[in-house]
Design a protein around this ligand. Structure first.
Ligand SMILES: C[S@@+](CC[C@H](N)C(=O)[O-])C[C@H]1O[C@@H](n2cnc3c(N)ncnc32)[C@H](O)[C@@H]1O
Length: 366
């Protein structure tokens, strides 16, 4: 029986698909059918949106605009832990871009890392058949809930509660691997579990990388679109680095980097997410909107604060030295776009490069 909610949801899905097609994001007829079929609302009966002042607003299925919010092209936070979003349903347009980049074909076996609500696993199951899809979620309660909601929609992919960084060797090899939480390094087990010639699409820093797997390596470029995923985490944690507090002993020196230009340059912030991985970034602004201070810190205890032409640094990584080194390369190459950057991954580690693998960017990793 079709209810009013189902019918309204169907109309909203068509409207969303129309909008994504009109904006040029939806290029594939098969994915259009899939997006028009899978009911996102079945996976997000409640969520939090960001209000104009930035605070999270709780929305449930009884809210008059629930369905309209569900079928807007927005990410929806679906779990909050100590005020931090620890699970969400990714914005459909961003998801679609990643799924199209994954370049799946009938018969492909796909491993999804980060089940979350299960919506994306539902999209993959609708496209390829449930038996072709394995999805891994670190939070056992979320994995259970996603499995239930998927079954309610008629999808039965294998849902594993575990750490997606380990993949799921039991069903390997996979033709494709897609991750929907944020990484700073590509986990080595994935290289063994994706067949040669297979593809990995994974958020890396503030971008998404598309890697072609070979016998002992994976290599590829970043997609041109931005991507801001919640970071990969251990079970029972939020995945965010706690501020270490201001260290008492610091190395101080002058800096000439212009803080507002740095903080507001989306392209440079992307490069920074690769050059100083596993690092939080915060800025402070004066009444005129200009950035007066920038602070960076990592879980390894690295800390830097630039303010009034001086930088203070402490810890195992001199973060501001790395920011300046990255900025020099960024300026020298004419503010390169995301898709000029690429990654080479081997068992020995990973190299981030600009234009070609023989031009690595400077990095200060923990
Ligand atoms: C953006 S959500 C995933 C969205 C999901 N694909 C969907 O369609 O709803 C990110 C998810 O990654 C999960 N996650 C974080 N670290 C993980 C890990 N180590 N292994 C597997 N999942 C992880 C989080 O618990 C969260 O549910």
């Amino acid at each position: 029986m079709t209810t009013d909610t189902d019918e309204r949801a169907r109309q909203l899905r068509t409207a969303l698909a129309d909008a994504l097609e009109a904006s040029g994001q939806l290029r594939d007829r098969t994915w259009r059918r899939v997006f028009e079929t899978v009911p996102r609302h079945a996976f997000v009966p409640e969520f939090w949106t960001l209000t104009a002042d930035g605070g999270p607003e709780h929305v449930t299925a009884t809210a008059p605009d629930w369905l309209e919010l569900v079928y807007a092209d927005e990410a929806l936070a679906t779990q909050m832990t100590d005020g931090i979003a620890t699970s969400s349903s990714t914005a459909p347009g961003l998801m679609l871009g990643m799924l199209q980049a994954l370049d799946v074909d009938d018969g492909h076996r796909v491993l999804e890392v980060a089940t979350g609500t299960g919506y994306n696993a539902g999209l993959l199951a609708e496209r390829l058949g449930s038996h072709q899809v394995v999805t891994v979620e670190v939070d056992p309660a979320l994995a259970r809930l996603a499995g239930t909601r998927l079954r309610g929609c008629g999808y039965t992919p294998l849902v594993i509660a575990g750490d997606g960084r380990d993949g799921h060797p039991g069903r390997a090899p996979y033709d494709r691997l897609i991750a929907t939480c944020g990484f700073t390094t590509i986990p080595a087990p994935w290289l063994e579990q994706v067949r040669p010639g297979g593809l990995i699409v994974c958020p890396l820093g503030w971008g998404t990388v598309r890697l072609v797997v070979d016998d002992d390596r994976a290599e590829g470029h970043f997609l041109s679109t931005g991507s801001y995923f919640m970071t990969v985490r251990d079970a029972g944690t939020t995945g965010t680095a706690k501020h270490p507090g201001r260290p008492s002993v610091t190395t101080d020196r002058a800096t000439t980097l212009e803080l507002t230009a740095l903080a507001d340059d989306e392209g440079f912030r992307f490069m920074l997410s690769l050059a100083v991985p596993d690092t939080a970034f915060a800025s402070e602004r004066g009444d005129d909107g200009q950035v007066t201070a920038v602070e960076l810190w990592g879980a390894d205890g690295a800390w830097a604060r630039a303010e009034g032409g001086t930088v203070r640094q402490a810890g195992p990584r001199m973060l501001w030295d790395a920011v300046e080194a990255a900025h020099e390369v960024y300026a020298e190459h004419g503010k390169p776009a995301r898709d000029r950057f690429g990654v080479t991954v081997t068992a020995g580690g990973q190299l981030i490069w600009l234009d070609s693998p023989n031009k690595p960017i400077p990095q200060a990793a923990p």
